[in-house]
Write a protein that binds this ligand. Structure first.
Ligand code: ADP
Length: 359
């Protein structure tokens, strides 16, 4: 049985704003789930309903099969780490981590054992006597996580916990949080607008847009099998290239080039005649030069960005712009002409009206 169940959860704020629509999710014990989507799509609202900080307007929330809608945050056995991790500045790392247990009146020996164990997991053992101001941003965030983790809870919630850190610290903390999750096995829900965080940390990802769940799946499923244009464009960096066109004679135009859709649509080609279609391909799923079983496209190079491990090539095909991600050794000259191939199997087609993927 699922450990956490969200059944048709809705949030309508008192001002009438419908922030979350029919959110459904079943979560296993120990899973690491990431809610991802652009700012304002309802991630925090959903997390706050799970935490018990916000009423559920409609729908049911179950913990271990039992309805929890009416339970307060404490009863639910939930710990939460927020974006702003206010530590007590006059208390040492040890005392900051111990604080929650001390409030609960736990005995000293028990507290010491728990603090030392938590500090070990978080790599904070040598900093226990320090004050927060003598720590780096990443270390402070680890103390905040330790403070939340030390209490025995079933569910661990994190709302954009890395957004106050610089880019380098974020990368380090990403793998540290994954490591902490592995060690503690805590059932975790993590909210972020950053698709890289979602892809690198999650067992499963929930992609949201405008209060609606778009897709739930493993990072692999979302990358290889996006259900619609939004998910395809949101997951992956740089994002998937899209070319829109009306199907005429089984073909669409990509800049000045003609794309024959019979390779992708086969017998269903007739169905789409006269309709709008979105043709999508990922920047990294092309091959330079001419390849068999591929769309072969000539393009003008507008700009190149050498990033070390790869080069982003900004191209124009007629008037249409796209990005290709290639081996830096093959970086072409700006203003030169190149030919590239998109293997048929790497092409995604979406219905122009519904934006759903065409399988
Ligand atoms: P996210 O976490 O994805 O950035 P939120 O869950 O914070 O999004 O917000 C979702 C939507 O609900 C936003 O449009 C936001 O403005 C709105 N919202 C959030 N809190 C309230 C509130 N207390 N009253 C009315 N609308 C709210």
């Amino acid at each position: 049985m699922a450990y956490l169940t969200l059944k048709n959860i809705n949030k309508i704020y008192p001002n009438g704003y419908h922030a979350v629509h029919d959110f459904n999710l079943e979560m296993d014990k120990g899973e690491f789930i990431v809610f991802v989507g652009p700012s304002g799509c309802g991630k925090s609202t959903t997390l706050r309903m799970i935490a018990g900080l916000e009423d559920i307007s409609n729908g049911e929330f179950l913990i271990d099969g039992k309805r929890a809608n009416e339970q307060g945050p404490r009863e639910r056995g939930i710990a939460m780490v927020f974006q702003s991790y206010a530590l007590y500045p006059q208390m040492t790392v040890y005392d900051n981590i111990a604080f929650g247990l001390e409030l609960q009146g736990a005995d000293e020996e028990y507290i010491e054992e728990k603090v030392l164990n938590t500090a070990r997991i978080l790599g904070l053992t040598e900093y226990l006597d320090r004050l927060p101001r003598a720590l780096s941003g990443g270390q402070r965030q680890r103390v905040a996580i330790g403070r939340a983790l030390i209490r025995k809870v079933g569910i661990f919630l994190m709302d954009e916990p890395l957004s106050n850190l610089d880019a380098k610290q974020r990368v380090t903390m990403r793998s540290e949080i994954t490591q902490i999750h592995r060690e503690t096995g805590a059932t975790t829900i993590y909210v972020t607008h950053d698709q890289t965080e979602a892809m690198t940390m999650a067992d499963r990802i929930v992609v949201m847009k405008d209060g609606y769940v778009q897709q739930v799946g493993t990072p692999r499923e979302l990358y290889f099998d996006p259900v619609n244009v939004f998910v395809a464009g949101f997951i992956g960096e740089p994002p998937m290239n899209f070319v829109k066109g009306i199907v005429e004679g089984g073909k669409i135009k990509f800049g000045g080039e003609t794309i024959d859709l019979k390779h992708k649509l086969g017998d269903r080609l007739k169905e789409y005649e006269g309709k709008e279609i979105v043709f999508g391909f990922r920047p990294e799923s092309i091959v330079l030069g001419k390849q068999p079983e591929s769309y072969v496209i000539p393009a003008d190079v507008e700009l190149t960005e050498m990033l070390g491990d790869n080069t982003n090539v900004y191209i124009k095909v007629g008037e249409a712009q796209s990005i290709l991600k290639i081996d830096p050794h093959d970086t072409p000259e700006v203003d030169s002409q190149i030919t590239f191939s998109i293997p048929f199997k790497n092409v995604y087609l979406f219905d122009g009206k519904t934006e759903s993927v065409i399988k």
